[in-house]
Design a binder for this molecule. Structure first.
Ligand SMILES: Cc1cc2nc3c(=O)[nH]c(=O)nc-3n(C[C@H](O)[C@H](O)[C@H](O)COP(=O)(O)OP(=O)(O)OC[C@H]3O[C@@H](n4cnc5c(N)ncnc54)[C@H](O)[C@@H]3O)c2cc1C
Length: 581
């Protein structure tokens, strides 16, 4: 991405076709879609990119098996098709994950789950679109030349087999597996203190990602098509002229300066904050969504404490279920789903939620985990749209909705991480229709980043062996830049947290190319160390200090400022409850 100072200069000077408010996955998607259709685009993020809900998901790119229970077939089908497309467009970032529904003591796995999985299989394949996409790609090759064929992610095991030739990835049909196979995928059962052993199970596939990296990658692509994006620009009001929105007024929260960004169209993609930006000319309340936030908590455990190779669907009482998933070398457990009326900027996991999640995994796996075993925890709020009808369930409002005010501002909210591209398309289609332009959506054929095999990366002295696959998965081809930095300055080849693959060179890249401005930007989002190793960050000369040192050099912080930033991170971590114990 371009430097923030350059972005600020362009935002102040230029007049844009579209200004997007919000740098989560929805805003990033709208910026990419609009830029690829020829609009000039500005994107303003009030805090940090993906710092809202888009860093706090379950990291699944999935249809959502449980929505089948509500017969929400359209939503599931749409998400399944997007899942397939995402693996093709970003094979390094969106990877197939085996998931298991085990059965015990010789019982047959739940037949209703089998029925649901059958439906899931049928709905997940869109052969027509696959065929037509291949045809279009070979004819037009929009940016496809950027990705060399056959260089898709080269990880081992099930994932590699599925990703190879990812243009045509389609999940295997679900199937029954033996107790032994269940144990291979869910070795946590072999530790069961209550001697609970699975005797069979259903195996099926969904996909998994790092949500923040997905947002940053989409933003990077949007910039490649000319969009100008900057963080820490809080939109405080709308510029209006003769009843039409003509841009936004923003506060640069770093310098305190006010900024006006002029644009013919304003898109509000502020997620759970979407009902807060209101044009003066609002004629009808129905022109704006009513958001009903719902909090979801996740806890993270060490692989040693709850070893998983694939994911498990874990019953959690009252007909609910949660996921236990392998993620970035740890085990991610979540999520809860409760109405929330607290502060939105920092959402903490509640201790009741943590206890509920641990109780469910303890009961299921026969484990004895308590809050002291957590390596991290986080919570986020879903931007659910209230229908205004108290009798309608929360799930009904998981769809994305588009609103348009009489002043012309378009709000897009709701939906899922998985369906960001559809939400963006819906929004920009509306703009195109309004402008009577002929500009079809192209995002289904634009690769997101450039996948690379870890083995193709050059070896750099001092870089731990396990870092190469982590870098390839996180950055794709841009991993070369990280390794070049590590090659130039040997100290940057060191891990940020000893024993974990993230390198100090990534802190430099985050500051130079991803607009990271604080320790939290690096430890909570550009890397996920604040979630994966929350207890290991502190101490004199520890990861926080080392990150601060590298950022100080990059961003020109004085010693005093670096000290202040360390205090700010402590306050942020506290407010976020990243270690809820
Ligand atoms: C617990 C949980 C688990 C989930 N799991 C999954 C999953 O596994 N798979 C899936 O597909 N979906 C999942 N979701 C849903 C998904 O995460 C969200 O739908 C998605 O991230 C919403 O993205 P967004 O861009 O609309 O909102 P956000 O990511 O919240 O982005 C909105 C942005 O707008 C910014 N903003 C707000 N006000 C202003 C302003 N005035 N000026 C400038 N910027 C502003 C905010 O800072 C924020 O960054 C989950 C959600 C939750 C809560």
């Amino acid at each position: 991405m371009i430097e923030r100072s350059q972005a600020l200069a362009a935002l102040a000077q230029d007049e844009f076709d579209v200004v997007v408010i919000g740098g989560g996955i929805t805003g990033a998607g709208v910026a990419l879609d609009a830029a690829t259709r020829g609009y000039s685009v500005a994107l303003l993020e009030g805090a940090d990119f993906a710092s809202g809900t888009s860093s706090r998901s379950s990291k699944l790119v999935h249809g959502g098996l449980r929505y089948l229970q509500n017969f929400d077939l359209g939503l599931v089908r749409e998400a399944l098709l997007e899942r397939q497309l995402m693996v093709a467009l970003a094979p390094h970032l969106v990877r197939p994950l085996p998931l298991v529904v085990p059965a015990f003591e010789g019982a047959h796995p739940d037949r209703m789950v089998g029925v649901g999985l059958n439906l899931y299989d049928v709905m997940s394949v869109d052969r027509d679109r696959l065929r037509s996409r291949r045809g279009r790609r070979s004819r037009a090759g929009v940016s496809a030349e950027r990705r060399s064929p056959g260089r898709a992610s080269g990880e081992q095991g099930i994932q590699a087999r599925a990703v190879e030739g990812s243009e045509s990835w389609s999940p295997e049909r679900h199937r029954m597996i033996s107790g032994e196979e269940v144990l291979e995928l869910l070795p946590a059962f072999s530790r069961s203190s209550i001697g609970r052993e699975p005797t069979s199970g259903y195996l099926f596939y969904d996909c998994q990602t790092d949500d923040v990296r997905l947002v940053l990658t989409v933003l990077g692509e949007a910039e490649r098509f000319g969009a100008v994006c900057a963080n820490r620009l809080h939109v405080s009001g709308l510029l209006e002229q003769e009843g039409r929105t003509r841009g936004v007024r923003a506060l640069d929260t770093e310098s305190g300066a006010e900024l006006e960004v002029r644009a013919a169209n304003v898109i509000n993609a502020t997620g759970v904050w979407a009902d807060r930006l209101r044009p003066g000319e609002l004629r009808d309340e129905a022109e704006m969504p009513r958001i009903r936030p719902s909090r979801g908590t996740h806890v993270i455990l060490s692989h040693e404490d709850l070893p998983l190779v694939g994911g498990a669907i874990v019953p959690a009482g009252s007909g609910r279920s949660i996921f236990a998933l392998p993620w970035l070398g740890r085990t991610l457990v979540g999520t809860t789903d409760n109405d929330y009326d607290g502060e939105l900027a920092h959402v903490r996991p509640s201790s009741e939620d943590v206890d509920y999640l641990l109780q469910a995994v303890n009961d299921f796996f026969g484990a004895t985990l308590d809050p002291g075993d957590l390596v991290g925890a986080f919570a986020g709020v879903r931007p659910l749209i209230s229908t205004g009808d108290p009798k309608k369930s929360v799930d009904i409002s998981r769809k994305a909705e588009l609103y348009e005010t009489s002043s012309g501002m378009i709000t897009i909210t709701g939906g899922k991480l998985t369906t960001w591209r559809r939400m963006a398309k819906m929004t920009v289609d509306r703009l195109v229709e309004r402008d009577a332009r002929d500009a079809p959506c192209r995002t289904h054929e634009i690769p997101l980043g450039q996948a690379i095999a870890a083995d193709d990366l050059p070896r750099v002295e001092g870089v731990p062996a396990e870092s190469y696959s982590a870098l390839a998965a996180r950055y794709g081809d841009a991993a070369h830049q990280v390794l070049a930095l590590a090659g130039e300055r040997g100290e940057l080849a060191q891990p940020i947290v000893p024993g974990l693959p993230d390198l100090l060179a990534e802190v430099v890249l985050a500051a130079r190319s991803e607009q990271a401005r604080s320790i939290g930007d690096v430890l909570l989002r550009r890397t996920r160390l604040g979630l994966l190793a929350a207890r290991e960050l502190g101490g004199v000369g520890g990861p926080i200090d080392r990150t601060a040192d590298v950022l100080a050099r990059e961003l020109g912080w004085s010693e005093e400022r670096a000290g202040l930033e360390i205090e700010r991170f402590a306050a942020e971590a506290q407010a976020e409850g990243i270690l809820s114990a």
